[in-house]
Design a protein around this ligand. Structure first.
Ligand SMILES: [Zn+2]
Length: 443
């Protein structure tokens, strides 16, 4: 039977378009607008994170100089921010409850380690919008094709002054123009009507986007390669390869960065004691740079994994990371930074698969690092060290991440495992498979 090809629509972004080559008056009007917009957006973020559920259609309720259309845009953006904050907080809270229950179970059974402490819940702060960011639609910021050839579009933005929109010239880079041009027809692809405006370090940047339909090329029965995600190795595949690492250069940079921040903090307290009013800032621009750099390295690693000739005709199975596994994998230094970076890896795998028309599927990751990929015996003791896997029953030895990746590969299409309600059920299932393996060995 001939299978119809699955198609996926992806949205590609055109970034780093600078809004600068225009007169200062226009940019001042934009600054003025952004100031009012961002403080209103913050009000709705706070409202949606505390007293009300996020609702992008909520009637306006705060006093503002903004037009009704601009208010709608702000409410919509705030609802999106609040929704993802609420989801992340809820996941973290559920995870805390699980850990809390496990702690008390072990406490009752008397199997608590000496160093174990009772998990504590610290309530999350409401997100604070630190950077100017406007996610606008055509009702407030309209992109028009320019008739003159010195630039490509006008971005017509309505401002605080009624009927006095500003028109900013938009010039695309040559590589953007090339990306937008259909090689067959020579026609330019249509841009989406929503745009994003960001102010970073004094400069306004525009992000445009367009949609593309990509056919999935990988056959559904293509051989499966599992991908384990981690810090020591960003990606480890079930065929025994590693791509990218947080260790080495990145770790050294991270250490330098932390030392610098500590010195700064010390200096501040010292100056504060002496009564100095104007203190050096503690905000870490280098920290942001490092995070960007780590993301860049992650992107490179994911790219290398997809481009590997050995992976040309395979499909991937990768981890559905939970907050708990992230914390476990990112334990030790500055867990938050590392956990947030860890979450970037599966996102990047999904994006790479979508844009290349490759098949990649998320699978449950519970116990994938403790499970023996040969006999299914699942035990923490199978991991004598971070690096090594050594099965207590069948004696199978491997790199710990490679063993985990093999388990993940096999979980693709494992309906029984994905039907499990919780981690306990998964462990029970794995151990019953181990029993079946033992029976099979003895006959
Ligand atoms: Zn084993």
């Amino acid at each position: 039977m001939k299978q119809r090809k699955r198609k996926e629509q992806i949205t590609r972004a055109l970034t780093h378009i600078q809004l600068g080559e225009t007169n200062a008056g226009k940019l001042a009007a934009l600054d003025e607008l952004a100031e009012v917009y961002c403080s209103l957006c913050q009000q709705y973020v706070t409202l949606f994170c505390t007293d009300e559920q996020p609702d992008q259609f909520r009637p306006p309720c705060f006093d503002t100089l903004l037009s009704e259309r601009w208010q709608r845009v702000a409410i919509q953006q705030a609802a999106g921010i609040a929704q993802s904050w609420r989801t992340n907080r809820e996941n973290a809270y559920q995870n805390y409850l699980q850990e809390h229950r496990a702690y008390h179970e072990r406490h009752a059974a008397g199997t608590l380690g000496k160093k174990a402490t009772e998990p504590q819940w610290r309530e999350w702060n409401v997100p604070v919008l630190r950077q100017m960011c406007i996610q606008a639609n055509a009702n407030v910021a309209l992109l028009e094709v320019a008739e003159v050839s010195t630039f490509d579009y006008w971005l017509k933005i309505s401002t605080l002054q009624k009927r006095q929109p500003i028109r900013l010239p938009v010039k695309l880079a040559a590589y953007h123009t090339e990306e937008l041009t259909d090689p067959k027809t020579g026609k330019r692809k249509a841009l989406n009507s929503s745009v994003t405006l960001n102010k970073r370090e004094g400069t306004w940047w525009l992000t445009l986007s367009y949609d593309e339909v990509v056919a999935v090329q990988t056959a559904p029965d293509a051989p499966v390669v599992g991908i384990d995600v981690g810090i020591a190795n960003f990606l480890t595949t079930s065929d025994g390869k590693h791509y990218g690492t947080f260790h080495g250069k990145l770790r050294a940079r991270h250490k330098r960065d932390r030392a610098k921040r500590r010195r700064k903090a010390k200096l501040r307290t010292c100056l504060q004691k002496k009564g100095v009013k104007k203190l050096p800032s503690t905000s870490s621009r280098t920290g942001q740079r490092l995070r960007r750099h780590v993301k860049h390295e992650i992107n490179r690693a994911v790219n290398a994994c997809f481009m590997d000739p050995a992976h040309e005709h395979v499909q991937f199975a990768y981890e559905q990371l939970s907050v708990a596994t992230m914390k476990f994998k990112a334990k030790a230094m500055n867990a938050y930074l590392r956990a947030s970076q860890l979450a970037h890896i599966p996102q990047q795998i999904a994006w790479n698969a979508a844009k290349r028309g490759r098949r990649a599927t998320k699978v449950l990751s519970a116990y994938s690092s403790q499970q023996c990929s040969v006999c299914s015996y699942t035990d923490r003791k199978n991991r004598p060290s971070q690096q090594t896997f050594c099965c207590q029953v069948c004696g199978y030895e491997a790199h710990a991440d490679v063993n985990a990746a093999k388990n993940l590969a096999r979980r693709l299409g494992d309906r029984e495992l994905h039907a499990c309600q919780d981690k306990h059920a998964i462990k029970a299932l794995l151990m019953s498979r181990h029993e079946a393996w033992k029976q099979h060995q003895s006959t």
